[in-house]
Ligand binder design. Structure first.
Ligand code: MIC
Ligand code: SF4
Length: 646
């Protein structure tokens, strides 16, 4: 059996692990970060449960660390007090990026993890079944509720051979993206197996599982083997190791993709999609303004040591600014001790905080129309903070070689590089992780003035009649729907304020127009609507503005779940061609929509386009549980009803 299926079966609470059936699994661990965590804990509080019911829950501070005023600092204080009260480990600002720190200090093979961040699957590099979700789903998991999903297809990725010099984990996942693109993984688990697995270290595996999120996959998973045991031993956590041998045959999977590691070349994802992948030779020579090495994808000791080896004794090109954000305090201390950091600083690198930083537009934005090459996982337009910048994604090897050359460079052409050794032992120091006290009853949760209650959706109406406020194309990201960056992230705990910025990168008038429509509004989208992050703000804020339904050709998994959690009905066109037949301003009617869903939501269902006197057939993939949630006006309402009954 595949490891993914085995873990799901061992954690099965309800439903069945058969493909496309609804399945609910027990969650052992949870993870939150600050930008999604404040809402997650406000919602946990609203559930009225005194203490978390997981094995371990961890709250990280890594996104909102710029602190240009009181807002982020207030959020941090709120998170720390909530962690103490509810029994949660708290990783303080400065300790590093949630996924890197979780991998180092918490991840264990064979267990389940639900995290309010789309890159939670990073822990899959250690054999943990790690899934990204909205904050409310994570709050419910902290309350002991199982996590429900449609059982994904399990795709085996069979690795053979060994990577060539100057080719690394990033190139493996870019190769996967080159083949299946940004929606090829939707409702799939990508499980790695085959002889090639043994040749990859845990940090390299974690780069691959991290960026599996960019394919839309539910999660990605590696076996737990001797490399995993060795990684845990260095972390002084050898007792957490459990074997999870690689699947022995192709038959364990619904389908298989063969990847020959030896034939992979250094790859680059061009603007503005992580799926826009070409060999480095195709973009070689492209002048650059900046290079950034870091993010939860590529900021391990190995990544920084490789970059340091390439840069040692040289200076970055005059036209390039090089930024380095170490993934964790542990990484930073380690490269300080080994001397790799010295080589980086000496080469001219600007050492940024151990946090998400430029990956989410928190500083280090490129110049106007600038070109930036980054070891990150997303290059959506505008995400860097500069609307017209061109962002390329690549490995630390390509990044370091390019920083020296001042233009995109092929690291295989470097000569005389001596690899600095990667230290074999570590100084373990959990001083910046605050363990929960045995009893949190006396603790007061600290709210700042920017922390506002989470709005709740109204129950589903008997009939729905609403105006189409916006029509968008394919692959709309949550960064389009609810942008992030240094200006907006501090508003994450204040929905009325952040809602003013919904869709502003697409249409500046959206929020204002939406608030004027008293009957609610509808958004029409293309394929893979809502790809990218797990931010539930991309559902709550539209809900607050009156969005009642989204009709798209297809949805990204986490965003579709977030829409349901906040009472927005996700509908698909029965015939994709109909997407072109609806224009902004049209009024759509769904007479008897509540009765339809109360009856189980089966059978023929149409949206009546009252402006064009036409019927548009629509469909949905909602489980009975999701239908109940929508009828109640969102998950908070339906869980409260359930808890009250108990
Ligand atoms: C991202 O990489 O887009 C983020 C910022 O980490 C998001 C979470 C968020 O928006 O807070 C994610 O990946 O889920
Ligand atoms: Fe942070 Fe970027 Fe990773 Fe998101 S993708 S968790 S913003 S480092």
């Amino acid at each position: 059996m595949s490891n993914a299926r085995a873990i799901i079966e061992r954690h099965l609470v309800e439903g069945s692990a058969e493909r496309d059936k609804d399945v609910s699994i027990k969650i052992d661990y949870t993870l939150t970060q600050d930008a999604t965590g404040t809402l997650a804990y406000l919602q946990f509080e609203a559930l009225g449960i005194p203490r978390v019911r997981t094995e371990k829950s961890v709250s990280f501070v890594d996104h909102n660390t710029l602190q240009t005023d009181y807002k982020n600092a207030d959020d941090h204080r709120f998170l720390q007090s909530a962690a103490a009260k509810y029994g949660i480990y708290f990783s303080r600002a400065g300790n590093g990026i949630c996924h890197q720190v979780f991998l180092e200090r918490f991840a264990v093979p064979g267990k389940t993890l639900l995290g309010s961040d789309s890159h939670t699957p990073t822990a899959g590099g250690m054999g943990m079944l790690a899934i990204g979700a909205g904050g409310l789903d994570v709050a419910c998991a902290m309350g002991g509720e199982p996590f429900s999903m449609r059982m994904p297809e399990i795709v085996g990725i069979k690795l053979a051979g060994k990577l060539a010099p100057f080719v690394s984990g990033k190139d493996v996942i870019l190769e996967v993206l080159r083949r299946i693109d940004v929606k090829g993984g939707v409702n799939k688990i990508l499980e790695y197996f085959g002889k090639g697995v043994e040749t990859l270290s845990v940090p390299e595996r974690a780069t691959i599982t991290n960026m599996g999120a960019e394919t839309g996959a539910t999660t990605s998973l590696f076996p737990s083997d001797e490399a995993t045991r060795a990684y845990l031993a260095v972390q002084q956590r050898a007792d957490g190791w459990a074997p999870l041998p690689a699947a022995a045959s192709d038959k364990e999977f619904d389908s298989v993709i063969d990847v020959d590691l030896a034939s992979i070349v250094p790859l680059v994802a061009k603007p503005h999609s992580p799926g826009n992948v070409v060999p480095v030779t195709e973009v070689e020579g492209m002048p650059l303004d900046q290079v950034a090495i870091g993010s939860c994808t590529n900021s391990s000791v190995k990544d920084l040591t490789v970059a340091a080896s390439i840069l040692k004794g040289k200076t970055v090109a005059p036209g390039v600014s090089l930024g380095i954000s170490p993934g964790s305090r542990q990484v930073l201390m380690q490269v300080t001790k080994s001397g790799a950091l010295h080589a980086l600083i000496q080469s001219g690198a600007r050492v940024l905080e151990s946090a998400c930083g430029p990956c989410i537009g928190m500083g280090f934005a490129p110049p106007s129309g600038g070109r930036s090459l980054r070891t990150f996982n997303r290059n959506f337009q505008g995400r860097s903070g500069t609307g017209d910048a061109q962002v390329y994604l690549a490995s630390p090897e390509v990044a370091a070689a390019s920083a020296l050359a001042g233009k995109i460079a092929d690291p295989r052409k470097l000569e005389g590089i001596e690899m600095l050794p990667i230290p074999e032992s570590l100084d373990i120091d959990d001083g910046m992780i605050i363990a929960p006290l045995p009893d949190g009853r006396g603790i007061e949760v600290a709210y700042g003035p920017n922390i506002k209650p989470v709005p709740v959706a109204p129950p589903m109406p008997a009939d729905l009649r609403a105006k189409v406020a916006l029509v968008v194309g394919d692959n709309i990201t949550t960064d389009h729907i609810m942008p992030a960056g240094a200006d907006l992230l501090p508003l994450r705990s204040n929905i009325p304020e952040i809602a003013k910025h919904v869709f502003e990168r697409v249409d500046r008038t959206f929020a204002e127009r939406a608030l004027k429509e008293k009957g609610g509004i509808i958004v029409v989208g293309g394929t893979n609507y809502g790809q990218g992050s797990s931010r539930e703000h991309a559902a709550i804020a539209p809900m607050y503005l009156g969005v009642r339904a989204v009709i798209a050709k297809s949805f990204a998994r986490i965003h579709e779940a977030n829409l349901v959690n906040f009472g927005i009905i996700p509908l698909e066109f029965a015939d994709e061609k109909d997407a072109g037949a609806i224009a902004a301003g049209d009024v759509l009617e769904f007479p008897g929509i509540r009765t339809y869903f109360e009856g189980g939501g089966r059978g023929h269902f149409v949206a009546r386009n009252a402006s064009r006197d036409a019927d548009v057939p629509v469909r949905h993939h909602l489980s009975p549980r999701s239908i109940q949630t929508l009828l109640a006006g969102g998950l908070l309402n339906s869980i409260r009803e359930k808890l009250a009954k108990r």
